[in-house]
Design a protein around this ligand. Structure first.
Ligand code: NAI
Length: 722
């Protein structure tokens, strides 16, 4: 709702009240209309200030209302009434003015912001556009290029940038409402022309001379980075309408475009992502322990063991969070390089954020004894169980009682590591993604003996580090990497059957992945998986040409990756992999005729006849195999719900956000269709167990394919029957 009070005699103060962010729910909109009308009809009120309670102006539309029928007064006429008011209306912006909140402020005649406020139109991130006049008023106020940048990216701006752009009139370090009231008192006499000039919708939109070229260029860029998302494209079209049409026609266009977006599956997917990201914070363990009942312990000092690719990034992320860090690396050369690399990353990060680099937070050592007094350790040495076991034994002996011991392993058994220590309840996995100071995802892996407090502490530390943390159970590869295995396996089989890396990658990139599976594997290094397969006894040198080369443990196996590694083709780092690169380390992948020849020879050797493979088959086989494993993960209780899996895929594996995540996508495609296609492919490839439809998928289909939000009920029932 909105409260009306009269302050300083003649200023009507309207306060939005809807915790936590004063979202524009139906009740708030009604409250604004009532209080604005009251202010305008009260002769004692000469000017009006709109603010929000608890130091927050307004976080925008109430996203909870999106799914339901919109009730209450619509925003557009409400904002028009404010703009058309014959008394000056001032927005006092504290905290945030986002989305509909900023659109409301743009309808006011003046905007005063606190120096710490943030403003923006983030609708695009929810698959929408600012459709309460935002796409029409902002370009009129700050010009087309700046408005395009804000609206198509949804980025937030600081008060200082908002002032520079001309979004706000004044920025204050003092009490914003007091400043706005003072301002309103001085503007009270304004009627007629001075006030007319403040109504943004009446301004002509500044038209750059090269308008067509500008829009063409922006549209090209937006389409490239949107990876198939339609909202950014609609945002450009709406701003174009502002630049080329009179205001009322522009508003019509804004409405039309919004209607298309609103009913699109993409908006639903993006809103699902928004809620999923929040839902993963409310984690639970099969024991029933959960976020609500488990208290984290504070972590002030942490240690990182092993300063390779991951350890360096983790050290930077911890120091940037304000923790003291002891960084341990046994190899002298690595230590020297790591110090340089960490300092460089900290300095660059500090420069970007205009703060001092946290260099003094880190102490380096070659001796594991240096970690004796830390609260939490993150081990990031080579992916080698024997080595990790030894380190956990040492840590257990060296660290003070109660120190949490975490491993950044990508998939080894966390419980096995815990069993090496005196207090297995203190052990969890903290699986970061490369580069660890940039990537948002953190899988927090609990073993059967991990205490809820250890999970709560790792989850809270992840949150402090700005990560999206997801609690998952302990199994080979956890959630993300476990699902990746059948996906990569299918991609290799497709090569055997006639595809090329380019064809497979193109299909996946058109679907919306930032990188196809082969480009991705060239980037992360083919040798990593090769080493794991060797340790698992899957790589059998010399048998590549024999009968057993394509079968392991009774199931189909593709040795293609192993064969490339045997030739020293590790990907970007060696300048050759599934593609060729101009030089080692170069990022530009080019199709490699050698590889095509190699594939032909391989097929001939194994009596495989290449056939034409269509994009649809690539998508179905790679994605449905991955999704099928997602169902198994849910069935096994490794992830608590589909939201956890989807959040992991969106934040850690570049799954296109506008497709919600693999499990949401399966629901969008239709579970019966996914089941039918898996059955079809499993029949064609009976020696590929990953293609055999999972029991949970069958069960969901049998129970009428409920929406993804209701899968947890089916899973719960399944577990209670076991
Ligand atoms: P890396 O090979 O770059 O670095 C490992 C470092 O550990 C080396 O500097 C090595 O000298 C050091 N080390 C070895 N034994 C040590 C000991 N006893 N004490 C202290 N330091 C020691 O490895 P990377 O890529 O950083 O991987 C580390 C861990 O993170 C592995 O478990 C890996 O599976 C996992 N991981 C890797 C990801 C990646 O993309 N590279 C992503 C997520 C997890």
């Amino acid at each position: 709702m909105a409260q009306f009070t009269r302050v300083s005699g003649s200023v009507g103060l309207i306060t939005l009240q809807n915790p936590p962010v004063n979202a524009l729910s139906a009740a708030v909109r009604q409250g604004i209309i009532d209080t604005v009308q009251r202010s305008l009809s009260d002769p004692k009120v000469k000017s009006v200030v709109i603010c929000g309670q608890n130091g927050i102006f307004c976080g925008g539309a109430d996203i909870k209302e999106f799914g339901s029928d919109m009730r209450g007064p619509p925003l557009v006429p409400m904002i028009h009434t404010i703009e058309a008011a014959h008394k000056p209306v001032v927005a006092a912006i504290e905290g945030i003015a986002l989305g509909g909140g900023l659109e409301l402020a743009l309808g006011c005649h003046y905007r005063i912001a606190h120096s710490k406020a943030r403003l923006g139109l983030p609708e695009v991130t929810l698959g929408l556009l600012p459709a309460a006049g935002g796409s029409q008023r902002l370009p009129r106020l700050i010009g087309v290029p700046a408005a395009l940048n804000l609206i198509t990216t949804g980025r937030h701006v600081t008060a200082a940038e908002a002032l520079q752009l001309g979004i706000v009139d004044v920025v204050t370090d003092h009490n914003t409402v007091d400043a706005a009231v003072k301002f309103a008192l001085s503007a009270a006499g304004e009627t007629g022309q001075p006030l007319d000039a403040r109504r943004i919708s009446t301004h002509p939109c500044p038209r750059p001379s090269d308008l067509d070229a500008l829009f063409e260029e922006v549209m090209h860029k937006v389409r490239q980075s949107a990876r198939g998302a339609i909202a950014p494209v609609a945002c450009v079209q709406a701003v174009r309408a502002a630049a080329t049409l009179p205001y009322t026609q522009g508003m019509e266009r804004e409405k039309e475009l919004m209607a298309t977006l609103f009913t699109s599956g993409q908006a639903r997917a993006l809103q699902y992502c928004f809620f999923s990201q929040r839902a993963v914070g409310r984690w639970s363990m099969p024991s029933g322990a959960c976020w609500d009942t488990s208290k984290p312990r504070p972590v002030h000092k942490a240690a990182v063991i092993g300063l390779g690719t991951m350890g360096r990034g983790i050290t930077v992320a911890l120091a940037q969070t304000g923790l003291s860090v002891v960084a341990v690396e046994t190899q002298e050369k690595q230590l020297v390089e790591a110090k340089q690399a960490v300092s460089g990353m900290l300095q660059r990060g500090a420069k970007r954020h205009g703060v001092a680099p946290a260099l003094d937070k880190i102490s380096y050592s070659q001796d594991i004894q240096a970690v004796a007094d830390v609260d939490l350790v993150i081990e990031a040495v080579f992916e080698d169980m024997a080595l990790k076991k030894k380190i956990f034994q040492q840590l257990s002996a060296v660290c003070k009682p109660g120190t949490f011991l975490c491993s950044n392993t990508s998939g080894l058994d966390v419980d096995h590591l815990a069993s090496q220590t005196r207090n297995p309840e203190l052990v969890v996995g903290m699986h970061f993604f490369a580069p660890a100071h940039v990537m948002k995802l953190l899988e927090v892996v609990y073993g059967p003996r991990s205490s809820p407090q250890a999970v709560a502490t790792a989850m809270q530390l992840g949150k402090k580090m700005g990560k999206v943390s997801v609690a998952v159970g302990n199994c080979r590869g956890f959630v993300g990497n476990r699902m990746l295995k059948p996906y990569m396996e299918q991609a290799l089989f497709l090569l055997e059957e006639g595809a090329t890396p380019e064809l497979v990658d193109r299909a996946l990139e058109e679907f919306g992945f930032a990188m196809g599976v082969f480009r991705m594997s060239d980037l992360s290094g083919l040798d990593v998986g090769w080493r794991v397969r060797k340790a698992d006894g899957l790589v059998e040198p010399g048998t590549a040409s024999g009968q057993s080369a394509r079968i392991r443990q009774g199931r189909r196996y593709s040795p293609l990756g192993d064969l490339l590694c045997e030739q020293g083709r590790f990907g970007q780092k060696t300048g050759r992999g599934w593609y060729q690169y101009d030089k080692p380390g170069s990022r530009v992948a080019r199709a490699d005729p050698w590889l095509h020849g190699f594939l032909e020879e391989y097929r001939a050797r194994h009596g495989l006849v290449a056939r034409q493979i269509h994009h649809q088959e690539v998508l179905e086989r790679c994605l449905y195999a991955l999704i099928n494993e997602g169902f198994r993960i849910l069935e096994d209780g490794i992830a608590a719900g589909p939201e956890d899996i989807d959040t992991i895929y969106v934040f850690g594996y570049s799954w296109p956000r506008h497709r919600g995540g693999p499990m949401f996508y399966a629901a969008m495609v239709g579970l019966p269709k996914v089941l039918e296609r898996l059955e079809h492919y499993h029949q064609a490839h009976p020696d590929v167990p990953y293609l055999q439809p999972c029991g949970l998928l069958r069960r969901l289909v049998a129970s009428g394919s409920p929406p993804v939000q209701r899968w947890r009920e089916v899973i719960k029932k399944l577990h209670s029957h076991l």
